[in-house]
Design a protein around this ligand. Structure first.
Ligand SMILES: [Zn+2]
Length: 314
């Protein structure tokens, strides 16, 4: 059984980009698709690893800093005799290696993921040493997508293709049974790494977006489209048929507005505009009042979201 010490969450930036995309606020959506695809690959990896027999401590999605060099680890797994570093890529299509360069079949060069992983391993090793751990590190680069092919690749590279994952898990389980049990020091290491994890602001790379330029209405929680209509205490999507209780859809929409525009003072009037007048101000006020905190009085009063509320549809 594996113990997951740090769960993987959808990246905050991806969540924000999805909100912008639904409302026509993304001129270039390549970053969105990259993040979305990468995240889906990592989720598939987690699912695969959760079936792994043996004793493991899993720490997902770490952003660490050692001596000023910041590095990211998709999945770090602590076993009895070593630390595994797993880098997960969800690439699709044909690629080839040419003298250490990674190229797509259309000859477009991509960042060398092996080099990226090796740098990560070096930084992690130094960090572990500084924490007093000498455990060996084994790094593997996973290509999780069955539609991915890499030509011109030597078999001795630390790469695991989709077609090799079954065999890889057998090897891992064997290693686990021969390397002995996990001890308190293993959990201490996992705890320490979780403590050192850096939380990055999801707004850092977010493209500039203006309230007036975004499409107004309620985004469908099912398909992410804007074809939602109000229909007796619920909203219904013309495109996918998804039905959602009105209050839930409103809470979600208010949360969206607060998240995309953290500086904005949320009022009934703004939300009424944000959802394209789909329901009356009275209904909006009721939902705001029972789910958000009111700051101030009279005309200058506004609402703020409470930290505990999470209305994302992910
Ligand atoms: Zn829909």
């Amino acid at each position: 059984m594996s113990l997951v010490m740090k769960e993987r969450m959808e990246p905050g930036e991806l969540n924000l980009l999805r909100m912008l995309k639904a409302r026509g606020g993304l001129k270039d959506d390549s970053r969105f698709w990259n993040l979305e695809k990468g995240y889906q690959g990592e989720v598939l990896f987690d699912k695969w690893f959760s079936c792994m027999e043996g004793e493991w401590i899993v720490v997902n999605d770490l952003l660490l800093d050692h001596d000023g060099s910041v590095f990211q680890i998709d999945s770090l797994v602590i076993g009895g005799d070593r630390v595994y570093l797993f880098e997960v890529k969800n690439f699709e299509g044909d690629f080839y290696l040419d003298d250490g360069r990674w190229l797509s079949i259309s000859k477009k060069e991509i960042k060398n993921p092996l080099l990226q992983m090796q740098r990560c391993e070096i930084a992690l090793r130094q960090l572990l040493r500084s924490l007093g751990y000498q455990s060996p590190i084994e790094s593997n680069l996973f290509f999780i997508n069955p539609e991915f092919t890499l030509f011109n690749c030597l078999p001795n590279l630390p790469i695991v293709f989709c077609s090799q994952m079954n065999r890889f898990s057998k090897r891992l389980m064997k290693q686990s049974s021969s390397s002995g049990k996990l001890h308190a020091q293993h959990s201490r290491l996992a705890e320490k790494l979780c403590e050192l994890h850096i939380e990055k602001s999801p707004y850092e790379r977010l493209p500039e977006h203006k309230y007036d330029e975004l499409r107004k209405g309620i985004v469908c929680a099912g398909c992410g489209g804007m074809g939602v209509r109000y229909n007796y205490r619920a909203v219904e999507c013309d495109m996918c048929g998804h039905r959602e209780v009105l209050d839930m859809a409103l809470k979600r929409s208010i949360y969206e507005c607060c998240t995309l525009f953290p500086e904005k003072k949320i009022t009934t009037k703004i939300i009424h505009d944000w959802i394209r007048h789909m329901v009356s101000k009275r209904v909006i006020q009721r939902v705001l009042h029972s789910n958000f905190s009111l700051i101030g009085h009279g005309k200058s009063a506004f609402y703020v979201k409470e930290e505990k509320g999470d209305y994302t549809n992910s």
